[in-house]
Design a protein around this ligand. Structure first.
Ligand code: PHE
Length: 455
């Protein structure tokens, strides 16, 4: 069909893997994973996390990508094409909506990171001598409406730039430059961390499992983290999969994306906690770890001025390649289904994400006391999209691929490009079928019910 002839494609296999890894690797790995692991028993949390990634993350990412590759469409169009029921396209629509909402508040935090590149370059952190005063500086900045909105605008404009330029010329090209750069910067920060005197305490904190901190809640925390970190449940992987060609190897690429994502989370944990312990700061800071504690950590270590700048640049890159995938989902929907041009979709939805992001900026100042169910606007947007819509989307995607689409058809599609896996390791394929049909949906349902407070 002519529409498919015109549809954009990745220029190379590595381009796809880097773009998808770029989507996965983000604030979830560098900001959230270290502090959540820190609060939940370090290595013990990590072991549980790995199980979640293998039993649910990997099976679902394969399901999403194969959906996209088969349909060559955005999330709504993909379900329309592969099912006759009116219900399934709504699952895609929920994903597009969730992606848009996540983009709006994610960009607020990413904007802080942009602002902190500047803050660290001015050397302002050297005026402080405790995490307390660094925290006050952070609060002072986030209370400033102009700063918050300005940084949000800069970050969204950067995101729009890449999506506007197209799949190959924008997203793929950008990922091919930014992802290797991110790995290099991260490794520099990690090496600086482990070569500090006293870093072994930080390593012990991460690699020594403390099972006493593990509760039933830890399992749910780990699964939620795996979902968010792998960009699952809202069609980002589906959309990126839709630009693949039919002979690309889906299981192999999925494995590569998952390994890269997990590796970056661990390296970020090592980089951050070796430095935090070596400079005698508090590791149990929670969400404030990056913006409250790290600025002080940098002032206390040799070469910290440059490490600080490098750190916030790499955090910005990580967030940027994730935000690009969020905007691409909405863009693909309007291009495929509403016949909009890519440029129009990016301009309209980039601007709208900025506008919807404003109340999230204001949640830290003017409207911080306006609460819905005890949460401010930022928290509500985060909670509804990350804790409800992503797991629900992931559950329905697993059900669709495992039980609705027809497993024979699914396997026939999956086999394209991964013949060797089917002939030499057919047990892996059979295992995937069991996971996607039964294990993943049941475990996700469990998390979902827990997160809405059923138990
Ligand atoms: N995976 C990204 C991160 O870890 C966040 C994200 C979620 C991106 C869902 C796209 C879709 O920061």
């Amino acid at each position: 069909m002519s529409e498919n002839l015109q549809r954009e494609k990745w220029g190379s296999k590595i381009g796809f893997v880097l773009a998808a890894a770029g989507s996965a690797i983000g604030l979830g790995n560098i900001w959230k994973f270290p502090y959540v692991a820190g609060q939940n028993g370090g290595a013990a949390f990590f072991i549980i996390y790995i199980f979640c990634v293998i039993l649910i993350g990997l099976p679902v990412i394969i399901a999403e990508i194969i959906l996209g590759r088969t349909a060559q469409k955005n999330p709504v169009g993909a379900f329309k094409k592969l099912s006759d029921s009116k219900f399934w396209p709504w699952v895609g629509a929920m994903g597009v909506f969730a992606g848009f909402i996540i983009l709006s508040f994610y960009s607020v935090v990413a904007g802080w990171s942009v602002g902190y590149v500047y803050e660290s370059a001015t050397g302002v952190f050297y005026n402080f001598n405790s995490a307390q005063s660094a925290a006050e500086h952070f609060n002072h900045l986030t209370k400033n409406v102009t700063w918050g909105i300005g940084m949000l605008a800069i970050f969204i404009l950067m995101t729009m730039f890449f999506v506007y330029a197209g799949v190959q010329k924008g997203i793929e090209k950008g990922s091919k430059i930014m992802m290797p750069l991110l790995f290099i910067l991260l490794i520099i920060v990690m090496i600086r961390g482990i070569t500090l005197e006293g870093s072994d305490e930080g390593l012990a904190f991460i690699f020594h499992p403390d099972w006493s901190k593990v509760t039933p809640k830890t399992f749910l925390e780990a699964l939620g983290q795996a979902f968010f970190s792998l960009s699952l449940g809202m069609g980002a992987m589906l959309t990126y999969g839709s630009y693949m060609s039919r002979n690309d190897n889906v299981p192999k690429s999925s494995l590569e994306i998952v390994v890269l994502d997990t590796l970056v989370a661990v390296i970020a944990g090592v980089a951050i906690f070796t430095a935090v312990f070596a400079t005698g700061q508090n590791a149990a800071q929670g969400p404030g770890l990056i913006f409250h504690t790290l600025p002080i950590v940098f002032t206390k270590m040799p070469g910290g001025y440059f490490v600080g700048i490098i750190f916030f640049i790499l955090l910005t890159i990580a967030a940027l390649t994730s935000a690009i995938s969020l905007l691409e989902v909405v863009t693909a929907y309007f291009v495929d289904e509403k016949n909009w041009s890519r440029h129009k979709a990016v301009l309209v939805f980039g601007s709208l994400a900025f506008l919807v992001g404003i109340p999230s900026v204001l949640s830290f100042n003017i409207i911080e006391n306006y609460k819905i169910f005890g949460m401010n606007f930022f928290d509500v947007a985060n909670y509804l999209s990350s804790n409800i819509m992503l797991p629900l989307g992931g559950l329905l995607i697993a059900i669709f691929v495992g039980n609705v689409w027809g497993i024979d058809k699914v396997l026939q599609e999956l086999k394209q490009g991964s013949d060797k896996l089917f002939t030499n390791y057919s047990w892996i394929v059979s295992l995937w079928v069991v996971l996607i049909k039964y294990v993943s949906p049941i475990l996700i349902l469990f998390v979902l019910l827990q997160s809405i407070g059923v138990f």
